[in-house]
Design a protein around this ligand. Structure first.
Ligand code: BEZ
Ligand code: FE
Length: 290
């Protein structure tokens, strides 16, 4: 097509889809919408060529920051509220199941498998408050879910996750725990502190461009997996933490706020946190689709 104009360019690009090779339906749907929205955005703001070049440079620098320790694009998506949106679209809440929220960029596979009640703390910090975390995992009818694996991770009192802090032991504050026959789980950890998402590279540039800030409220991350149930990626938030109402990545949900209460006398931790989870069973269709 020659003589592309400002009026027909969007339709011309869309018409190119599948011209040389067949494009599967979902791919076509994604590309058509992407082209429409990108073109619409450029028209809306009347993007200048200089701004376009700045954006290309920004993305190139974001890519250069990525490594096995840092996924800059997840961070950028989080700052724009895209991860939380995708999560809500993927995991609609239809009943009493525990709500999900963002995974974030700090998850590591293969955390140590630990016995019920063990501590994830490998290095003590002066300012830390220890906490005994326990609760039940049940299905939506209230039946215990035995053998569910709960993967947990959190930041240290210096606000850093272990894989971003050379002074913490490998897998510090990470562990995997299994529920017993009653669906009960327990582990020892520390009270998570509010922390800034990494703001040193392009993520920081974007946050500043938006006039926003980097802080997240204190939270424990969890992933729960059990065959036959919908996997849950979520977080438990500290009810006393700052930034519950101005999270830099928009991931706080009321139902995920837990109370870190003073532990009873004689307990071996400073605090206790009780939090139950509800997992829906996966239907046969969902299993087939997965
Ligand atoms: C986190 O909770 O670890 C996180 C989530 C989104 C962006 C950065 C960090
Ligand atoms: Fe986090």
């Amino acid at each position: 097509m020659r003589n592309v104009t400002i009026d027909n360019v969007t339709d011309v690009v869309i018409a190119s889809l599948g011209k040389s090779e067949p494009v599967p339906a979902r791919q076509r749907e994604i590309m058509e919408s992407l082209i429409r929205h990108l073109h619409g955005f450029c028209r809306d703001v009347r993007l200048t060529h200089q701004e376009f070049l700045q954006a290309c440079d920004f993305l190139a620098r974001a890519g250069a920051v990525c490594s096995d320790k840092r996924q800059e694009f997840i961070l950028l998506a989080d700052i724009l509220g895209v991860e939380v949106l995708v999560d809500m679209l993927s995991n609609p809440v239809g009943g009493n199941e525990t709500v999900s929220t963002v995974l974030g960029p700090f998850f590591r596979e293969n955390a140590p498998v630990m016995p019920k009640g063990a501590s994830t703390v490998q290095k003590a910090f002066d300012t830390q408050q220890t906490v005994y975390v326990e609760g039940h995992v049940r299905d939506t009818e209230g039946n215990p879910v035995q053998g569910a694996v709960i993967d947990v991770w959190e930041d240290a009192p210096n606000g850093l996750y272990e894989n971003h802090d050379p002074d913490q032991p490998d897998y510090n504050l990470r562990g995997r725990f299994e529920t017993d026959a009653a669906g009960h789980y327990a582990f020892r950890a520390i009270r998570p502190v509010p922390y800034p998402i990494p703001g040193d590279e392009t993520a920081g540039e974007l946050i500043r461009y938006m006039g926003h800030h980097c802080m997240r409220p204190g939270h424990l991350h969890i992933i729960i997996n059990r065959d036959g149930y919908r996997p849950l990626i979520s977080q438990i938030y500290d009810s006393e933490s700052p930034h519950l109402d101005d999270d830099s990545v928009f991931a706080v949900k009321e139902e995920l706020i837990g109370e870190f209460r003073k532990a009873p006398q004689g307990a071996d931790t400073d605090l206790v946190l009780r939090f139950d989870f509800v997992l829906p069973r996966t239907s046969r269709q969902q299993v087939a689709a997965a």
